[in-house]
Design a protein around this ligand. Structure first.
Ligand SMILES: [Zn+2]
Length: 695
């Protein structure tokens, strides 16, 4: 998904980014449910001390596992060394997931603050483990098992991560690394919090709301002087950028939205990049981008640059043609218009789509009321992945709006086997994280611990009288995030907690979900749940065809936008931070990858949270799109859900989780490494579709 609308799983960051924090003694005895903090009343509205006690109990268990593995005398084995190591990782993951969950989802601010503080404490414990030389030496002494590729891969990858943590360095260097990692974690959290808390408001006159949907205007009540107050939160911001006829309002919203963490985050970002650069040089790398790609599928920063240049070649001609058409269209409406600005791009693209494809994004919303979409996505996923979902009405949850489902296998040989549990927290509420994401709740360990995951979204609906009519793009986001959950559940059935679906290389993790996005152009799938919320009419095939033609328009621009973000992320991480002018670099990258005029005062980078979560590795979206399109090209377009490819895909790509390198998962399914051919065809598909639709 585009970086402005979807916030992908970031949990790995909190486990690998590490922070200091004074750990206190548990205030209460360990909780009875050692897997779910909120069950003990440390969820909504309860005492932060209870949460702290719960997390500390997990950390005590982790320390006991570490002590057990270090104390082994005699020959090292998988069972006496790797097993307790994985148990320790499991405790850290559970503690981290629950702290993160509380930080991002709890209603009460003191509880959220405690969740955030505990995340630092857990990260600090993870740092202890990742820099523990005794553990490293113990793991390195375990003979690599020859007949168990999954375990062998786990051991090899773990040892690589240890070396990337600098564990083989001398004491003073390790101390320095530790201090830098603590600093990086603190700055990362500060940056994110400044964005999350940085809601700004702006005033609009009634006339300026012209063009916005009726239900949007109805949600906002005018003040005594007749003005309306809009916020920079997604439900207020998005429609203004697409539908508001007033260029002045769009510009004001654009600048305000991108200023919500400025100027605070400019210095935070500089400090963060400086700490990262120092960490990289301490570990023997020239720049942070080299360090950050060393354990990724792509392998090196120079390969990232090559990917950007390759995809640039494939997407640039399409992007240029798209812009020429868009500008010509806008000039007809507004004679004398010389160029289109960043702030006006969304508006003109929406108008162009409507005119060119006779398609209005508003027109499909009545077919996608929230509850119907949720049911439809569960049904679609069930068929595609050969699973079934059973709602658990009495499950303990952190908020009463959360839906819980158990996931069962529906594949012939293993039909009825419990695979795991999912939590859907789908609507906004006060204090809740404002993005769209999926995250693990529990890792899976064979039959001992079933994986659990959650979706955290902010779709409309969920309150009485509001059907929650969704934009098509929101429906796609839902399925995308749901794909991460399914990868987690299906891919976390192995014996190691550290080899689940979320544990694949960071630059592969988006591929399966991006592949799913391609499926939601299919008429049969969309008609299976797209029904008018008042009349029950099935969404017409002609409307879907128009919508598809409209959404295929802009693929060139979209990819170029991804290249902009990839390039910016790479460039702030492959040169000395002190020499970087964030504003000048943003403008230079915009001029290379965007035809739109840069906007004065656009501080995009100050709220570009991927710079903390993904650091130099935003390219992952581009690489994953290349792979996703390649994956999708293998499916029978006439029978997406029920053909044999779906099961073959589940077995080859999802089920192995992280038990082998992603490059092997790709090869196992495609029969060859990924290449850029399918993406080139995908770009051409855009030309055919728009040529037909444009007639
Ligand atoms: Zn994603």
């Amino acid at each position: 998904m585009s970086f402005s609308r979807s916030y992908p799983a970031i949990l790995a960051v909190f486990l690998s980014a590490l922070a200091a924090g004074a750990q206190q003694k548990p205030a209460q005895p360990p909780a009875a449910d050692s897997l779910h903090a909120w069950v003990q009343g440390s969820g909504q509205g309860s005492d932060p001390a209870a949460l702290e006690a719960w997390v500390n109990a997990r950390l005590d268990a982790e320390k006991a596992d570490v002590a057990k593995l270090v104390a082994v005398t005699g020959p090292r084995t998988v069972e006496n060394t790797l097993r307790p190591f994985d148990d320790a990782q499991n405790e850290l993951a559970i503690a981290n997931n629950n702290a993160y969950l509380t930080y991002s989802l709890a209603d009460a601010a003191p509880l959220r603050d405690k969740g955030q503080a505990l995340e630092s404490v857990v990260s600090s414990a993870a740092t202890d483990l990742s820099l523990n030389q005794d553990v490293y030496k113990a793991l390195a002494a375990v003979p690599l098992p020859g007949n168990d590729p999954a375990t062998r891969h786990y051991l090899e990858r773990t040892l690589l991560e240890y070396r990337l943590s600098g564990v083989d360095k001398e004491d003073a260097t390790r101390k320095k690394i530790r201090a830098l990692q603590d600093r990086i974690t603190d700055l990362t959290l500060t940056f994110g919090r400044n964005v999350a808390d940085g809601m700004l408001t702006l005033k609009a006159t009634q006339a300026e709301l012209d063009g916005l949907p009726t239900d949007y205007i109805a949600r906002h009540k005018p003040a005594a002087d007749g003005t309306y107050t809009l916020t920079t939160d997604a439900p207020d911001e998005g429609p203004v950028m697409s539908f508001a006829k007033s260029a002045a309002l769009r510009l004001r919203m654009y600048v305000t939205y991108n200023s919500r963490a400025y100027p605070k985050n400019k210095q935070v970002l500089l400090d963060l990049l400086t700490a990262r650069q120092e960490l990289a040089t301490t570990l023997g790398y020239a720049h942070y981008a080299d360090l950050a790609t060393a354990d990724q599928m792509i392998g090196s920063a120079s390969n990232v640059q090559k990917l950007i240049d390759d995809v640039d070649k494939v997407s640039r001609p399409a992007a240029e043609r798209e812009y020429a058409k868009l500008l010509a269209f806008a000039q007809k409406q507004q004679p004398g218009l010389a160029s289109i600005s960043q702030a006006d791009a969304g508006y003109w693209n929406e108008l162009f789509r409507r005119s060119q494809f006779a398609f209005d994004a508003q027109s499909v919303r009545p077919y996608f009321p929230y509850d119907q979409v949720q049911a439809g996505i569960l049904k679609t996923a069930a068929r595609l992945f050969h699973v079934s979902f059973k709602q658990v009405k009495d499950a303990a949850v952190w908020d009463k709006s959360v839906d819980v489902f158990d996931v069962y296998d529906a594949a012939p040989a293993t039909n009825g086997k419990l695979l795991g549990r999912i939590y859907l927290d789908m609507h906004p509420r006060e204090g809740k994280d404002k993005w769209f994401s999926s995250a693990p709740v529990l890792p899976g360990i064979g039959s001992r611990q079933k994986p659990e995951g959650m979706l955290v979204c902010n779709f409309s609906g969920g309150t009485a009288g509001d059907p929650g009519l969704m934009q098509y793009s929101e429906v796609v986001t839902f399925f995308h995030e749901f794909g991460h959950l399914m990868h987690h559940i299906l891919g976390s059935q192995g014996e190691w907690s550290g080899e689940g679906g979320f544990n694949v290389e960071g630059d592969f993790v988006e591929s399966p979900s991006q592949m799913l996005e391609e499926m939601f152009h299919d008429t049969t799938i969309l008609q299976s749940f797209g029904k008018h919320y008042q009349t029950g009419e099935v969404i017409p095939a002609t409307l879907i065809a128009k919508m598809n033609a409209a959404s295929a328009y802009g693929r060139g621009r979209w990819l170029q936008g991804q290249l902009f973000a990839s390039s910016y992320s790479l460039q702030v991480h492959n040169q000395p931070p002190a020499s970087i002018d964030f504003d000048a670099l943003q403008e230079a990258d915009e001029r290379r990858f965007s035809p739109y005029t840069p906007v004065e005062g656009d501080r995009f980078y100050a709220s570009f949270t991927h710079l903390t979560g993904y650091a130099s590795n935003y390219y992952t979206y581009v690489l994953d799109k290349v792979i996703a399109i390649d994956f999708f090209s293998q499916f029978d377009k006439k029978n997406l859900l029920d053909g044999p490819t779906a099961m073959r895909y589940r077995r080859a790509v999802l089920e192995p989780g992280a038990s082998k390198p992603a490059s092997e998962l790709v090869k196992d399914f495609l029969g060859r490494p990924q290449n850029i051919d399918a993406m080139r065809n995908w770009m051409n598909e855009e030309f055919q579709t728009s040529a037909v639709a444009g007639n």
